[in-house]
Design a binder for this molecule. Structure first.
Ligand code: URA
Length: 234
């Protein structure tokens, strides 16, 4: 049975920072089976139900979030100089990481989890998980842009798979990719002779931004997690 320190258990479940949790324990606000917890290094099993005041807390091994990333944040677990998207998610867990990357100036849908296997499978090139991007560019797109991107293109480090481009205006469109190479959207649009001036990922697999405002995140529900696992063969 997996054992864990009570302060880590509560920090993982976002009750507070380690020092806030120590304070809760000192104030005798943490109980197990009606008994007050006295030490923050007490070891308990992950199955234990813990109460903070009257609030019941159960341990969850994995967490899954969908964030609408703002520009100005990097998609990394930590960085000493630039704000990371982790700062936008209200979890105290230290084991969370983004599933793939969006550039610092890109907006939109990004998954954050601590489920390494799911992350690995979702990013595997064999899984062909679809991502849909909205972009604006300058100058205007060539009229035959959809036909050009529908064929494989040879870049210096990879050959792109056929991609679907829907033009919505002369300098705006949606590009759907089933792969995720470095700066792929910007490079494919550059291949057309245009420069991306705005980029947003609207969906990752079946997960859409819907009403999620820029900078906001939500927890995935069990059904969504199961569906993600299904599409990547878990
Ligand atoms: N393609 C890009 O060029 N940038 C991103 O952030 C994502 C896809």
């Amino acid at each position: 049975m997996a054992m864990i320190r009570i302060d880590k258990y509560l920090a993982d479940m976002s009750v507070g920072t380690r020092s806030q949790i120590k304070k809760l324990i000192r104030e005798k606000r943490v109980t197990i089976n009606g008994e007050t917890v006295k030490k923050s290094d007490m070891k308990i099993s992950k199955e234990t139900i813990v109460y903070v005041d009257d609030q019941e807390i159960r341990y969850m091994d994995y967490e899954y979030y969908l964030l609408n990333k703002p520009a100005g944040y990097i998609s990394a677990a930590e960085d000493n100089f630039t704000p990371t998207i982790m700062e936008l998610v209200g979890s105290f867990r230290h084991d969370l990481f983004p599933v793939g990357r969006l550039d610092k100036d890109t907006y939109g849908a990004i998954l954050i989890t601590n489920d390494g296997q799911l992350c690995h499978n979702l990013l595997s090139p064999d899984r062909h998980v679809e991502k849909k991007y909205y972009f604006e560019c300058e100058p205007d797109l060539p009229l035959d842009a959809p036909e050009i991107l529908a064929k494989p293109i040879t870049f210096k480090d990879f050959v792109s798979q056929p991609a679907e481009l829907q033009i919505v205006d002369r300098n705006k469109g949606y590009l759907t990719l089933k792969e995720g190479k470095y700066h792929q959207v910007k490079r494919m649009i550059a291949y057309l002779g245009c420069q991306v001036t705005y980029l947003r990922r609207d969906s990752f697999a079946f997960l859409n931004l819907d009403n999620l405002a820029v900078g906001q995140y939500r927890t995935l529900n069990d059904e969504e997690v199961e569906k993600l696992k299904e599409i990547c063969g878990m």
